[in-house]
Design a protein around this ligand. Structure first.
Ligand code: NAD
Ligand code: ZN
Length: 356
């Protein structure tokens, strides 16, 4: 079966385009249903960006704390707050932040129209009803969450996304100005998520001309951004790299770094971008050129990627980490082919984790 996936309906791109948000939303407000719910990263509380969010009288701002990556329980809390403030079906949900806030906004827009707790929908195509109109506005670039059909959540039993056609944003606002002031280290980790998406997609067995077209362009942009001088164009390039990297994996899959990074996140609480870097740092046997180039990018950025994170891990935790990782079948299959189970034994995976 060929994947028949939805794309974002509308995209506005360009430096300063955030100023157009009020006009864009105006078209979605209807009499009796005119409240927008803005889900905004709380790092912007009191900052200039907060004053520029076009909040009207009937609207609500929910500040999102993404100190830890989104949990299903947090989504349920936010959904209750949105419902209490703006009714069952507000005119729209607008997420302003990095991948975590974009995923939160997607998830809240889905949970307003689908009954029960969000943990019930972690998986593929479990969402029944279309979401409330939802808009994504990235303030960090790299995850590709602005284009993807998933909202990644950590639930009581697993870290798994709400993957559905309804998850995709109706509108994204790509304004390179919004990512300009992100701290360098965060910019590097999130940017490397994109670089790693590209390498895993381009080196994977699922590769096809669609993914190659997007992935190779995104990779080229990442090289310009992370191996060249920082210029005003860097943010524009990074924003498009993230978008194209997301498009590349929409029609292929990620690989060994993501499969192992999910285990690191689940057991050790490492964040997605950092976890990917911790893993990718030691994956030269799978991606020799990509890892060598990644080392140069880290050096260029002056980032010391943590090592030894699995030292002193209890056997039970190591086992759990391996279970989470080996549960990512499609990622392993993309990386190693259909016979991946024979190639990635528990012993080999343990040795990999011990190196991290
Ligand atoms: P993030 O959203 O988790 O944010 C990281 C930190 O940066 C936070 O402290 C945040 O407050 C801060 N921040 C965000 N924008 C800022 C700015 N402009 N200036 C200063 N600080 C800023 O980071 P991320 O790497 O963008 O996203 C990671 C999340 O994305 C994870 O939860 C991961 O699971 C998810 N993800 C989703 C997809 C998808 O397709 N849906 C893909 C990859 C990752
Ligand atoms: Zn990723």
């Amino acid at each position: 079966m060929f994947r028949n996936f939805p794309m974002i309906s509308r995209v506005v791109y360009g430096r300063g385009c955030f100023e157009q948000l009020d006009d864009i939303l105006a078209g979605k407000r209807q009499p009796g249903r005119d409240s927008m719910v803005f889900v905004v990263d709380d790092v912007f509380e009191g900052a200039d960006l907060a004053d520029r969010v076009p909040v009207r009288d009937s609207d609500v701002v929910l500040w999102a704390d993404v100190e830890v990556e989104p949990k299903t329980s947090y989504v349920d809390e936010m959904t209750d707050l949105a419902r209490a403030a703006a009714g069952d079906e507000p005119a729209g949900i607008v997420g302003i932040g990095g991948g975590s806030v974009m995923d939160l906004a997607k998830a809240v827009s889905l949970m307003l129209t689908n009954p029960g707790p969000s943990a019930d929908y972690q998986g593929w195509d479990l969402i029944r009803n279309p979401a409330v109109y939802h808009v994504g506005i990235p303030t960090l670039s790299g995850t590709g969450a602005e284009v993807s059909r998933t909202a990644v959540l950590t639930g009581p039993e697993k870290k798994l996304g709400l993957n559905s056609d309804h998850t995709v944003f109706d509108q994204v606002v790509l304004d390179p100005d919004l990512i300009a002031a992100a701290p360098d280290r965060q910019r590097f980790y999130t940017g490397m998520d994109c670089y790693i998406h590209c390498v895993e997609s381009l080196e994977g067995t699922y590769l096809n001309a669609f993914s190659e077209a997007y992935g190779s362009k995104a990779l080229e942009l990442c090289r310009e951004v992370f191996l060249g001088p920082r210029t005003p164009e860097s943010d524009e390039k990074l924003m498009m790299a993230s978008f194209f990297g997301g498009m590349s994996i929409a029609y292929s899959q990620v690989g060994v770094a993501h499969a192992t990074s999910y285990g690191l996140s689940y057991v050790l609480g490492l964040k997605h971008g950092e976890g990917n870097c911790v893993a990718f740092n030691h994956l030269e046997e799978f991606y020799p050129q990509g890892v060598a180039e990644f080392h140069r990018m880290a050096e260029f950025a002056g980032v010391d990627v943590p090592s030894g994170v699995t030292r002193n891990l209890a056997d039970s935790d190591m086992d759990r980490m391996m279970d989470v990782s080996l549960g990512m079948g499609p990622l392993w299959e993309n990386a190693l082919g259909p016979a991946w189970r024979e190639r990635m034994t528990r012993d080999r995976l343990r040795a990999l984790y011990e190196r991290m």
